[in-house]
Design a protein around this ligand. Structure first.
Ligand code: AMP
Length: 281
């Protein structure tokens, strides 16, 4: 496995692969990798001849008050995980390699990015779409892998690919959880022992929602109320949102008639965590 820091080097490697007809998978990440990222890499390795993992802490998807500076990093452990999982290249550019000082071109998406996380993070998805399109243009993958953990991001990327006619297959991968149910996240490292225990309320509340829907409940208000009640029972938890949205448009729905995403964002102490489940009609 090679660790590559420049756009030119990645392009050269991919060109050589493609000239011999090899397929290429891309796994975009921000590093501090765990088993969730690893499952994406493993999927790519099994479905493509070559796999590129990008590790880039993308400054433009963080607002000034967010955790860009404190975001955890461990480049050596990341490289080992990528190598052990079968990746061929880790692309780890500096910020200056990705963004010229006078960079001023962005991908801006309406509707899907305005709800859920977009409400409290209004510039986040502009940063995500822009960097992902750049990575697509740099690596030119046949397939790219994203986790259901960030379900809105997955829907947004799928929409960008459709709307901008990108010739890339987007593969969504299931949420990987800790044994006690907490969705794996690089940000879980921010949690102290008490908060780590309190964070279990996310998974517990969603299980409550799943039970209700399985029992036949289709009214979003009732599902939201039930999930909210469980979260409120945890003193360290502060709700950002509990929403039932259309699985494609990310718009709130009153009654479940089509496929939906039930998504939550909850602050545990100072750490904002997200989780979700999908329900297909
Ligand atoms: P990040 O490094 O947080 O930007 O995540 C990179 C990719 O890994 C995104 O597509 C995430 O959705 C995915 N991912 C992160 N955590 C998980 C998880 N627990 N299960 C599945 N995929 C995940």
């Amino acid at each position: 496995m090679r660790i590559v820091k420049t756009i030119d080097e990645v392009r050269k490697a991919v060109k050589e692969w493609k000239s011999t007809g090899l397929s290429v998978g891309l796994v975009p990440t921000m590093g501090y990798l765990h088993e969730g990222h690893q499952s994406l890499i493993a999927n790519s390795v099994s479905q493509n001849d070559k796999t590129v993992v990008s590790i880039f802490l993308n400054p433009i998807q963080f607002a000034p008050n967010e955790d860009l500076e404190s975001y955890p990093r461990d480049p050596e452990r990341d490289a080992k995980l990528c190598e052990d999982t079968g990746a061929d290249i880790v692309f780890r550019p500096e910020v200056s390699e990705m963004y010229h000082d006078d960079f001023c071109t962005y991908v801006d998406m309406d509707i899907l990015t305005k709800n859920l996380c977009g409400k409290s993070r209004p510039t986040h998805f502009r940063g995500v779409c822009t960097v992902v399109l750049k990575l697509f243009n740099i690596v030119k993958p046949d397939r790219a892998y994203f986790g259901q953990k960030d379900a809105q991001q997955l829907a947004v990327i799928k929409r960008m690919v459709r709307d901008l006619n990108l010739d890339i297959e987007i593969v969504g991968c299931p949420i990987v959880r800790e044994s006690d149910g907490l969705a794996k996240s690089s940000r879980n490292t921010y949690l102290n022992e008490k908060e780590r225990q309190a964070a279990l309320v996310l998974d517990r509340s969603l299980k409550n929602g799943i039970e209700l829907i399985d029992a036949g409940e289709r009214n979003s208000k009732n599902i939201i109320a039930a999930i909210t009640e469980v979260i409120r029972s945890e003193p360290l938890a502060e709700i950002d949102y509990v929403s039932v949205v259309d699985a494609v448009s990310m718009q709130d729905v009153d009654v479940i008639e089509n496929d939906v995403l039930v998504a939550i964002a909850v602050k545990i102490g100072r750490t904002r965590l997200i989780d979700n489940f999908s329900f297909s009609v």
